[in-house]
Design a protein around this ligand. Structure first.
Ligand code: GRF
Length: 222
């Protein structure tokens, strides 16, 4: 039985699009998107889901008297779909322990920075303004903190002198579209296990990446 995913969005849904394409290509072979849920009725990601005849639900947080009431309804809806994993793909609501405890170690999030650096909003801009030489993105388990859960996958990109906030955002987003489906594949094929804060791969021979390195600004210091 394939694992059932709920993908939570709030906006454009380019990460959702990447998940859909990777399910349809068979790269994500042991999961299906059971529902796409948005807290924003105008999220373009809802149209992306409908293009592929994927169930959609809209739950506008402004219709609820409290964060808990919103989350109780969200939990009820997701349980109706028998969800195994929840994927936050640009979902712009903070989730409380009320929701997180209902899906313990079953919620993952994509963040556009190399956590634990640059937590919170506009992470790409934070990194750009800080003047880092490498930026990137992270898929992590969601715990009760903000962007503090155990890290599953990260991708690193150089920051170039000619970069603008937009060119850096685009370079990071291109990597988000790769590592989120990859993390979902590992998770839904039961290839991951938690060792304290560390997320490790089952049956992983010694990872022979020891000689890989990047230097920015580039130099032939090899
Ligand atoms: C992505 O950059 C993601 O890292 C952040 O929100 C953005 C969502 O983009 N959390 P999209 O809706 O997937 O295009």
């Amino acid at each position: 039985m394939k694992k059932k995913l709920a993908v939570l969005i709030s906006g454009s849904g380019t990460n959702l699009q990447s998940i859909i394409e990777n399910v349809n290509s068979g790269f994500i072979s042991n999961a299906e998107i059971a529902v796409v849920m948005s807290n924003n009725k105008d999220a373009y990601g809802l149209k992306r889901a409908l293009n592929y005849k994927i169930n959609t639900e809209v739950l506008e947080h402004s219709n609820f008297s409290s964060r808990e009431a919103f989350e109780d309804e969200l939990i009820r809806i997701l349980n109706n779909y028998n969800i195994d994993f929840v994927v936050l793909a640009g979902f712009m609501r903070i989730l409380t322990k009320n929701f997180i405890s209902a899906f313990k170690n079953k919620i993952i999030n994509i963040h556009p920075a190399l956590l634990p650096s640059f937590q919170g909003e506009d992470a790409q801009v934070q990194a750009f303004k800080y003047g880092v030489k490498f930026a990137g993105c992270t898929v992590h388990f969601v715990d009760e903190g903000v962007d503090t859960g155990a890290i599953i996958v990260q991708a690193v990109v150089p920051v170039l002198q000619k970069d603008t906030e937009e060119t850096l955002k685009k370079r990071i987003l291109n990597q988000e579209h790769k590592i989120l489906p990859y993390a979902i594949k590992l998770l839904t094929e039961d290839k991951l296990f938690l060792d304290g804060r560390k997320v490790l791969l089952l049956n992983q021979e010694t990872d022979d990446m020891k000689d890989i390195f990047m230097i920015n600004p580039y130099s032939d210091l090899s």
